[in-house]
Design a protein around this ligand. Structure first.
Ligand code: C2E
Ligand code: MG
Ligand code: MG
Ligand code: MG
Length: 283
């Protein structure tokens, strides 16, 4: 009996695997069409100077305006795009779109802010990564210091000469570098002195319970101190409540990002935010 059950389970498992493979293939085909038909959009979420309340930056976050399924979040297609390599052309689109938008806001007379994009490890390892960034900046006439790359720790883990070279070339060009989701990866603190990282972005999972979990409070406080000592900027992501904001402010965290300050919104709506500020929502 047990054996039969085992086999049934195995069959269900296999069916499930097949269903997933089919799903993946159709997502991949969909992504190819999406690139041609320009179905991707960027939403923009503000980064706030916690002390002044000013918007100092913005993170561009990709969405897929799917013809049948509506607006899809990156979790539903970025992993597939990374697996099949389509993240490379998608990433090139994100880069140009974000630079163009930043430049357009400037030309509309809005205050200068830094625009950040997320970089996959696969993109970073592509041979033309640096050239691509430099070309996009030149084409869009955006000064390098207004572009920020959010990198994950997995990019730095490959401690090969190439990583070091690319990061230093970007830093020399003036592009800002941020360690995203800080604390969740296999970080080695030596990365912080080895690589020209400007900013540590504390992961949302630590911020969520800073006012209720003493361990998380201690970790966040320690990262803020570490950043201060190393003269790196520190930003906390996932700030959702005034209590979390007050905690971060009291510990002199530089910047914050999260639903409390503003959700990711379309470019037009973000321009309104940038023009008027978001001081109404501050403490
Ligand atoms: P991430 O870079 O860590 O981005 C933060 C995510 O947290 C975003 O989800 C954002 O909408 C969400 N978030 C921001 N504030 C809050 C908050 O207060 N509470 C909660 N619960 N969530 C908040 P999103 O837009 O779904 O993006 C998820 C991930 O997808 C990103 O994580 C990033 O790793 C990836 N991603 C997004 N856009 C791109 C892109 O253009 N290229 C690549 N390679 N990856 C991207
Ligand atoms: Mg990010
Ligand atoms: Mg993050
Ligand atoms: Mg994250």
């Amino acid at each position: 009996h047990a054996k039969e059950n085992g086999r049934n389970n195995y069959m269900f498992f296999e069916q499930d695997m097949n269903a997933r493979a089919v799903q993946r293939q159709s997502t991949e085909a969909g992504l190819r069409r999406a690139l041609e038909r320009r179905e991707f959009v960027l939403h923009y979420q503000p980064k706030i100077n916690l002390h002044s309340g000013a918007i100092v930056g913005v993170e561009a976050l990709i969405r897929w305006q799917h013809p049948e399924q509506g607006l899809l979040p990156p979790a539903q297609f970025v992993p597939v795009a990374e697996d099949c390599g389509l993240i490379l052309p998608i990433g090139r689109w994100v880069l140009r779109e974000a630079c163009c938008q930043a430049r357009a806001w400037r030309q509309a007379g809005l205050p200068p802010i830094i625009v950040a994009i997320n970089t996959s490890a696969l993109e970073f390892r592509a041979k033309d990564f640096f050239q691509n960034i430099r070309a996009a900046l030149e084409e869009t006439h955006l000064e390098p210091r207004y572009l920020e790359l959010e990198l994950t720790e997995s990019i730095l883990m490959r401690v090969v000469g190439y990583t070091d070279e690319v990061l230093h070339a970007l830093a020399d060009l003036g592009v800002k570098l941020t360690l995203d989701d800080f604390g969740t990866g296999y970080s080695s603190l030596s990365y912080l002195s080895k690589f020209p990282i400007d900013t540590l972005k504390i992961d949302r999972s630590f911020v969520r319970q800073i006012t209720s979990n003493p361990d998380d409070a201690a970790i966040v406080s320690a990262v803020i101190s570490l950043g201060k000592s190393l003269k790196r900027r520190v930003i906390a992501e996932g700030v959702e409540t005034p209590e979390q904001y007050a905690f971060l402010l009291a510990r002199h965290c530089d910047e914050g990002q999260g639903y409390y300050f503003g959700r990711p919104v379309q470019a037009g709506e973000f321009a309104g935010l940038l023009a008027n500020g978001i001081s109404g929502t501050l403490l």
